[in-house]
Design a protein around this ligand. Sequence first.
Ligand code: FAD
Length: 395
Amino acid sequence: MTGVPATRTMLLVGGGHTHALLLRALARQPEAGLRPVLLARELRAAYSGMLPGFVAGHYARAALEIDLPRLAACAGAEIVAGQAVGIDRTARRVHLADGGSLAYDLLSIDVGIVPALDGIDGAAAHALPVKPVSAFAARWEQALAALSRPDGPRSFAVVGAGVAGLELAFALRHRLDTMGLADGRVTLVAAGPLLAGSSRLARALARRALAHSALRPGAVDLVEADAVAAILPGRVRLHSGRDLACDLALVTTGARAPDWFAGTGLPLDGRGFLALRPTLQLLDDDDIFAAGDCAAVLEHPRPKAGVFAVRQAGPLLDNLRRRHRGQPLRPFTPQRRYLMLMALGGRRAIAAWGPLALAGGWAWTWKDRIDRAFMAGFHDLPSPMAAPDGGNGTG
Ligand SMILES: Cc1cc2nc3c(=O)[nH]c(=O)nc-3n(C[C@H](O)[C@H](O)[C@H](O)COP(=O)(O)OP(=O)(O)OC[C@H]3O[C@@H](n4cnc5c(N)ncnc54)[C@H](O)[C@@H]3O)c2cc1C
């Protein structure tokens, strides 16, 4: 690419897992002539893997949060607090919710998913969605403060019995037990079977853990094949018409693409996620990349999980560098299988890999080590670099 301008703006939209790791790598190896700008809706990005441990009381909130302004400073990146709502590819600008816009030469989008609340009446008003995680963490701390009051919440429903739902139900149970609130009730509600996307063995181990919890005061009750129809003050209504007493409903149901994608004209897959080539570029644009839950590599369909967002960080930065330098890009093939570690409240977890699954304290220790090591990487950052142009990124 002859006539490459001296400095090109690489605009990173969203401070998700992929972009956080990308900035950390950039802090260690900057790219000449590339001016990074991070647009972040939340300035503290949460590492979701530790969220169940935070609810259970194993971790403080700071342990799972990444300080994006500090990370950006270490990477010599400009940071803009704001929310993307549109993209003008002709003008090469990203439009913001506050009416402003940001220019880009290279653009990367890592904005995650939004919880699918629209199918549940009253959810927007009365539920506590788990995503965005940092908003959840703040509201959970309020709920926690209320828990210690005699008239505080005592019945909880976790809506959605995938891995996140199972972990949160057990985390809640553990928190209630450690607070001496064995009379507190936790109900895990599944529209279909428990852990629909997991192996037979992992499901059997989860059922055994639920059954075991039933043997002592303060269980985790499971409702299967009866989706939540409505979340109302003090109760949850199921499709069968059954009501569950519920002071607080945590919602971890399905992943949905952000609404604003639909109006951008960008290529989307059948579920509305950004459609990518194996180079992590959009199908029809060499200068726009994406990663994480908000995107789908059409040739390599994978579930929405943080491990894939994490593993895309290296290839994404490599291809952004290559695009900037005018070098050929490299396709990335993600792993098919991944280690899933499901925390069971106390210091026990299920480890699952493909059809294999085992449970025990060792699995929790393994998860704890992986999660702490991931976050430690964001605590020992190189010292901040001088900002590239000292401006405010609205070039
Ligand atoms: C309780 C729970 C536990 C989990 N545990 C695991 C686990 O152990 N292992 C695993 O692999 N996966 C796990 N997951 C899944 C994992 O959280 C997601 O797959 C992961 O967060 C995806 O990362 P991401 O980078 O795509 O997006 P996210 O981490 O969701 O980050 C998106 C970022 O974009 C920002 N943003 C959003 N919209 C905009 C906008 N319009 N403009 C600017 N910024 C924006 C948000 O503020 C956020 O910081 C868990 C999920 C939950 C809910």
